[in-house]
Design a protein around this ligand. Sequence first.
Ligand SMILES: Cc1cc2nc3c(=O)[nH]c(=O)nc-3n(C[C@H](O)[C@H](O)[C@H](O)COP(=O)(O)OP(=O)(O)OC[C@H]3O[C@@H](n4cnc5c(N)ncnc54)[C@H](O)[C@@H]3O)c2cc1C
Length: 816
Amino acid sequence: MKSHTQVVVIGGGVVGCSVLYHLTKAGWRDVVLVERDQLTSGSTWHAAGGFHTLNGDPNVAKLQGYTIGLYDELERISGQSCGLHRSGGLMLADTEERMEWLKMAHARARYLGLETSLMSAKEARQLFPLLEDKYFVGAMLDAADGNLDPAGTTHAYAKSARIAGAEIYLQNRVVELKATREGAWDVVTEKGTIRAEHVVNCGGLWAREVGRMVGIELPVLAMEHMYLVTEDMPEVIAFNQEKGRELPHAIDFKAEIYMRQEGKGMVLGTYEKACVPWQPKTTPWDFGTELLQPDLDRVAPSLEIGFRHFPAMAKAGIKRVINGPFTFSPDGNPLVGPVQGLKNFWCACAVMAGFSQGGGVGLALSQWMVDGDPGFDVWAMDIARFGEWASRPYTNEKVRENYSRRFSIRFPNEELPAARPQQTTALYDLMLSQGAVMGDSWGLETPLWFAPKGVAAKDVVSFHRSNDFPHVKAECLGVRNGVGVNEIANFAKYEFTGPGAEAFLSSLMTNRMPRTGRLILTPMLNEQGKLIGDFTIAKASPDRNGDERFMMWGSSQAQKYHMRWFERQLPADGSVKIRRYDMDLVGLSLAGPRSRAVLERLTDADVSNAAFKFLDHRAMDIANVPTVINRVTYTGDLGYEIWVRPEYLRRLYQEVKAAGRDFGIIDFGMRALLSLRLEKNFPTWFRELRPIYGPFEAGLDRFIDLAKNDFIGREAAVAEKASGGTLRRVSMVVDAADADVLGDEPIWHEGKVVGWVTSGGYAHFVDKSLAQGYVPKELAGELGPGEFEIEIIGERRGATIVPEPLFDPEGKRMRS
Ligand SMILES: Cc1cc2nc3c(=O)[nH]c(=O)nc-3n(C[C@H](O)[C@H](O)[C@H](O)COP(=O)(O)OP(=O)(O)OC[C@H]3O[C@@H](n4cnc5c(N)ncnc54)[C@H](O)[C@@H]3O)c2cc1C
């Protein structure tokens, strides 16, 4: 066993072996894997081995596509068979709503380059004669689906890595991890200590326990999962003989079952509602390759429906029942990447679909380690997407909810109830009493819209416009025609202090830092010149030591993601200190043409347009409480963001409402805010602004100052400016009927898919359905009306680019 190495990968399941292989592929040869027992002896050995490309997040779907394409390469390199069966897979819709969902998945598959087709239930029966077509309304076939041999595949990864120089140590548990002073790790194993520059946690069922070795509690939980293997079935044998091929996979959403051929019989697995976590506190180290006790009563409701839908299955003898545990994160996607606050400690765990995702996870993580960047947009599986609020009990509730809903539709306006309310502000009960419908924003209850008296404060979930439509409209009109107040505690807020603060921020941001008392808007780029942040920065008055002080606001969801980046760039001399306020600073947005009139009643400070201009920042007493206030809002109207410590929020809100009464002040929620920003063409973080776009592609030109000083990504930004990049963010008016775009719809031009929608909805004040998205830059210019179409729930609707914001294109309202 080596005593020194560049990387120790902990865990020899399919994920650890993929990470090991991809590290060697990326050029690192001094890498080792340490496995407690034998390869596959966690959750991998008893997997059903199915794979598919579809995922709720298109970027994860791309990585799944990569994984599935990789198996031929592994077989070639290793000479080890992966036992591949590329049989295709059917998703069966039992309701019109599920069919709409399939139509949207099919549309998205088009721009991802996946091969899917829609069909009637009768056509589906031709491909899968075990089904009774009267129970279904249609289906989608995904040609890339299939299954493989889990052990063969894991060994193919391992063998390919060994051929490239990696070493694997079996029967050797990692018992302790010690950070060294030099920033490396002493990996203490049962057979000795290895000093490693990097450690990767691929501990699977024990990922939580490996995390605890470095003082973190990962949001991951194992669930029991059952599948049945039938005896040979005459119907399967007859199909194989007649067609000369295997049956495709099938998912029956209503019965919550998946099925595939195994030998001459079938495998049938369930994601049952009455699901059961496994070892919710601690996974015992001596858990071996044993199976859990099957509990067919638990899956009986699913089987009952399944046997009706597939009568041949009811007659089949059951050869074995497998019940084994595997891990999930609270949202079901993996936890991948470097852990904020720890040097060179990486995770690749909570991979619930190791044979669809393992390759992509290995590729992204290895590129991240070797090149400093995953090379893809991996936000949906970035470990940084969960905050401190994702505690162990929270994880337990969310994982159970996610497991039991694995085959349920998640509607775009659907807020899931488990583990809520987790965090609330002092306004929570007041908001509820005023009819607020709440949403979860990075673990915080945040008002989405307000139901007037007599209207149920509840969303009717739908892919179409829903019951909130007239009420969100009223909120938008209330702001644009008068004044509204909106809680914005969910924004991320930071403070940067110290003698080096300005130089530090200037080295990260594309825009010039503001003078004291002013704000700037600025993107942040990675080394490749891609967008990794979008912030509002204020230069505040100096702190008590006379040091520079900046305040910054950004996307709530990206707080850990951004902190990880700031900490990586922080100067070693201690000249900059960063504080993430989290819920220590909360706020209100006051917006609309009468907002100044309301503010004037709450302060004796001069807030006239001459004294308190657009993009000014002040410390000011408002409604008797100390605040910092920015003259800017995301509504694109005259307005203010007012920030206070949490203990002042309730008073501030009540005084704002009282002062606004004469001006007809209304409460507005996040949905109105997002509608108002649409008619201003404002982009949003993680939709229009993501690490796959350059700043000029995103149309952020006016926030990029290439002349100010060097900053991370400047060279790439200069090159992008010169070449113009390849894409352009555009805003489009859509000829929508009763459904607006949601995001991820394909954009068509001359019969081809040329781009995709990033977000959109109804812009109530201008009374138009709008979409934002990306198209090739050549198409973003002069095309006339009717040149584009956007596919909404299976129908192509006309779309026209609008080069200017439809509301106040010159920005007079914000500045007046
Ligand atoms: C019944 C069932 C059916 C499934 N069906 C499918 C399917 O059809 N398709 C699909 O894609 N996925 C399926 N899965 C899920 C799949 O098994 C997992 O996604 C996959 O196994 C995750 O692999 P892993 O490497 O992350 O974890 P694991 O397989 O759990 O591997 C972790 C490894 O780390 C080792 N380890 C942990 N701690 C230490 C330590 N301290 N020192 C040394 N070694 C350590 C363990 O011994 C273990 O070998 C199924 C799972 C089950 C249970």
